[in-house]
Ligand binder design. Structure first.
Ligand code: SAH
Length: 326
């Protein structure tokens, strides 16, 4: 790692140090007993091993848990731990707030405060893992929390590298997913720079509707977005996930579903349908169960994998688009 290289520390030493930090969760150089006294002292005087301060943990009726972290400058972020059969998935944040201003998303309402540092992204995983009785049961990471990951590109890529590195947190890159609102040039970069699953928040099947919901669509309309998705390198049998928030009367008609199916035809795509999670002050409504099932059926009839994702943790405001950290 470059910060150790700067001090001319031999690669095998760097490996020892990283394993202390990421595999054994050590928080001070003095505990690294296989390093010389001199080296431990040298490092302690120059480097910090940072951790996140957990301010609050809330548990939902459905078993998901929301972690509220306080950052050094007093800002807050949230991560959501989601129970799945046999393992946990952790949803982490990439920014304090978000600048994308999607109309239906609560996180976006307050705008962007700042980008997270790579350490602040990785430390969400460390903090939650350390809080689990069986740390190995945390197997999946999704960058779907607060913020637009591709708007904080360099830090996010560095964090993904640490999360998946052998001398890092050792998550399988097949179990790490980045979700984007559609920053097209960065989707091309991402495919070149790192191995990660891609999820795209599509949310509409025509540009007029998507322009209304997601201002980013004015800059990168659907055709450009889907071209970038087509170019995204996919290992055999992998697919790109398209997220589609179902909003009553806005994008939930069977016609929308037919259009969506046609649009994704040239892609290796699966679809996550997320019934809108309401919050105070929103004009939008969740469609009823019938409309949701009809929408799904149109997609399944056209041979798509389309899953209805009832967001977890709505009772503690931990559901998709409800993270605000305040
Ligand atoms: N900025 C990235 C990462 C956030 S992911 C992105 O847009 O993909 C958050 C997901 O939750 C997105 O798919 C978004 O469309 C969805 N979402 C936002 N607000 C929501 C709400 N109120 N109900 C349901 N889903 C919502």
């Amino acid at each position: 790692m470059h910060w150790l290289g700067r001090y001319r520390i031999a690669p095998y030493r760097a490996g020892q140090i990283l394993r202390w930090i990421y595999h054994r969760g050590v928080c001070s150089f003095s505990e690294m007993t296989d390093l010389s006294e001199d080296l431990r002292k040298f490092l302690s005087e120059r480097l910090d091993i940072s951790r996140l301060e957990t301010e609050q943990i809330q548990t939902s009726k459905d078993g998901s848990r929301k972690y509220l972290f306080r950052l050094k400058d007093g800002q807050h972020i949230e991560s959501v731990l989601i129970p799945e059969p046999g393992h946990w998935t952790l949803c982490i944040s990439s920014q304090v707030g978000c600048g994308m201003r999607c109309k239906f998303c609560l996180t976006g309402r307050g705008g962007l405060a700042r980008n997270l540092e790579p350490s602040e992204i990785v430390n969400q995983v460390c903090a939650v893992r350390d809080d689990l009785r069986d740390p190995g049961s945390l197997t999946n990471i999704v960058l779907m929390g607060m913020g637009e990951p591709l708007a904080n590109y360099d830090s996010v890529v560095q964090a993904i590298r640490t999360i998946t590195a052998n001398n890092g947190l050792q998550f399988s890159s097949r179990r790490v997913t980045l979700s984007t609102a559609g920053l097209v040039p960065r989707i091309y970069d991402l495919g070149r720079d790192v191995t990660v699953n891609l999820a795209v928040s599509l949310n509409a099947a025509d540009n007029d509707t998507r322009n209304e919901l997601m201002p980013i669509n004015h800059t990168y309309p659907i055709e450009m977005l889907l071209s970038a998705c087509r170019a995204f390198p996919l290992p055999p049998r992998r697919m790109i996930t398209f997220e589609y928030v179902l909003i009553a009367g806005v994008n939930d008609s069977p016609r929308d579903a037919v259009r969506l199916a046609r649009l994704l035809r040239p892609l290796r795509a699966k679809i996550n349908l997320i019934p809108f999670n309401p919050y105070e002050g929103t004009e939008f409504k969740r469609p009823d169960e019938g409309a949701t099932l009809t929408f799904q059926k149109v997609l399944i009839d056209r041979h798509y994998t389309a899953i209805i994702r009832h967001s977890k943790g709505a009772d503690i405001c931990a559901a998709c688009g409800q993270l605000r950290a305040r």
